[in-house]
Design a protein around this ligand. Structure first.
Ligand code: ADP
Ligand code: ZN
Length: 215
């Protein structure tokens, strides 16, 4: 089973994906997380990607495609995976299509939300430096300020979650990524779900699509 999560930055793709991992026992592959790991470790990928990411621009396809294709070959994906942050333009969607086995059951979920919600979510987001868990100053505050509930790691604000960069990411989304929604819609592969509800409700709706007998 392959679940592709689409939607603007701040739609909650990462949050939903983490719950889906628990319930479906398949790995979460986030190109944003993979890139941030590369940046942190100063790999050649990371060194090239950093500037684009900090500006809120897309990282060049060649780099992201190589990284993604290497990741989906790893053994832990044999029962499927949850894809978050990829594809982000139609060229990436075509690359992915060539690599996926149509008989796997591919569910493309479009998390619909509005711009004010997105800005509120992203500007208050805090992320654990150690385990990557997401918190929110208002919606999901950690029990102890600045500390991860799960692993005790320090929380930080992603450099691209500052207001100016959020606006740029939303522009890039509208210009480059919104067309991926049409791409899958035309192929009749798209499921639309409102992302404004609580994460638990959104996740149950996604599972109801992919595994109707699991709820
Ligand atoms: P969000 O969806 O909240 O914007 P992500 O963590 O998915 O955040 O991505 C962060 C950044 O990583 C993007 O702004 C972009 O620079 C880069 N990135 C992630 N995935 C891709 C991709 N598929 N193609 C190009 N750039 C990407
Ligand atoms: Zn943590």
């Amino acid at each position: 089973m392959i679940i592709i999560l689409l939607g603007p930055p701040g739609a909650g793709k990462g949050t939903q994906a983490k719950v889906l991992v628990e319930k479906l026992k398949i790995p979460h592959i986030s190109t944003g997380d993979l890139l941030r790991q590369n940046v942190k470790n100063n790999t050649p990928f990371g060194i090239e990607a950093r500037g684009y990411m900090e500006k809120g621009e897309l990282v060049p396809d060649t780099l992201v495609n190589d990284m993604l294709l290497a990741r989906i070959k790893v053994d832990d994906t044999k029962n499927g995976f949850i894809l978050d942050g990829y594809p982000r333009n139609n060229a990436q969607a075509k690359i992915l299509e060539d690599k996926l086995d149509k008989s796997d059951g591919i569910y493309v979920v479009y998390l619909q939300t509005s711009e004010p919600v997105v800005i509120q979510r992203l500007s208050g987001r805090r992320v654990c430096t150690k385990c990557g868990a997401n918190f929110h100053l208002k919606n999901m505050p950690p029990k102890k300020e600045g500390i991860c509930d799960i692993c005790g790691g320090a929380l930080y604000q992603r450099p691209d979650d500052h207001e100016e960069t959020i606006k740029r990411r939303l522009d890039v989304y509208l210009k480059e990524t919104a067309s991926v929604v049409d791409y899958y819609d035309k192929k009749e592969m798209l499921y639309r779900i409102s992302a404004d509800d609580d994460p638990d409700i959104v996740v149950d709706k996604i599972i109801a699509l992919a595994k109707p007998n699991r709820i």
